[in-house]
Design a protein around this ligand. Structure first.
Ligand code: CU
Length: 193
């Protein structure tokens, strides 16, 4: 191989690294991006990831053709297992928001990406509790912020479809609690300082 070819191959490899792996790193480590807050610069952004392991076969048979689009390999939660485990008070903890706790400065944009296979909500609640599907609540009472389900615009606008994201801005200083109103064990706390 000529020196020129070697150089080209090396460049291609570096480009693959940058294009292929850089976004993954951003998603896995949901940390505040240190962007200086000078005039004209965009505000910092932190990312939260919603994860689940819905099993397309059993979910879509019951809930419609494209309800669960999970392409994850390995173990997947069947619809029966989801209900059974939630009812027993031992819900599938792989259905989760990551990280569990996040510290950020006031003015930071909170971006929530649904990398799971089915819809979730990212709903701010005063206190954690049950969602709007009673059998998934493991005996906990529904929280008022979730109770009305998607009939409420306030709940509907916190919905994140599979593969999409929402951005929250203007979170005040202090502690904020967020949970999924469908799978209420999906919870996280955001500390704004
Ligand atoms: Cu959910």
């Amino acid at each position: 191989m000529t020196a020129l070819m070697n150089h080209f191959v090396a460049r291609l490899f570096v480009m693959t690294l940058i294009l292929g792996f850089a976004p993954t790193v951003t998603y896995i480590f949901a940390q505040e991006q240190p962007r200086p807050q000078h005039r004209g610069n965009p505000p910092a952004l932190v990312q939260v990831v919603a994860l689940d392991e819905c099993d397309p076969t059993t979910f879509n048979a019951a809930l419609g053709p494209d309800f669960c689009k999970n392409i994850a390999l390995g173990y997947q939660t069947t619809l029966n297992d989801l209900f059974k485990k939630a009812e027993e008070g031992t819900p599938d903890l792989k259905w989760d928001f990551e990280p569990d706790t996040l510290h950020m400065h006031e003015g930071t944009i909170l971006s929530i990406v649904n990398q799971g296979g089915e819809p979730h909500t990212f709903t701010e609640v005063e206190k954690f509790g049950g969602g709007f599907i009673k059998v998934l609540n493991g005996g906990e009472a529904p929280v008022p912020e979730c109770e009305a389900g998607f009939a409420s615009v306030a709940v509907a606008r916190t919905r994140i479809l599979q593969g999409s994201q929402i951005e929250l801005t203007g979170l005040s200083k202090g502690e904020h609690h967020f949970q999924c109103c469908i799978h209420p064990w999906m919870r996280m706390t955001v500390e704004v300082k």
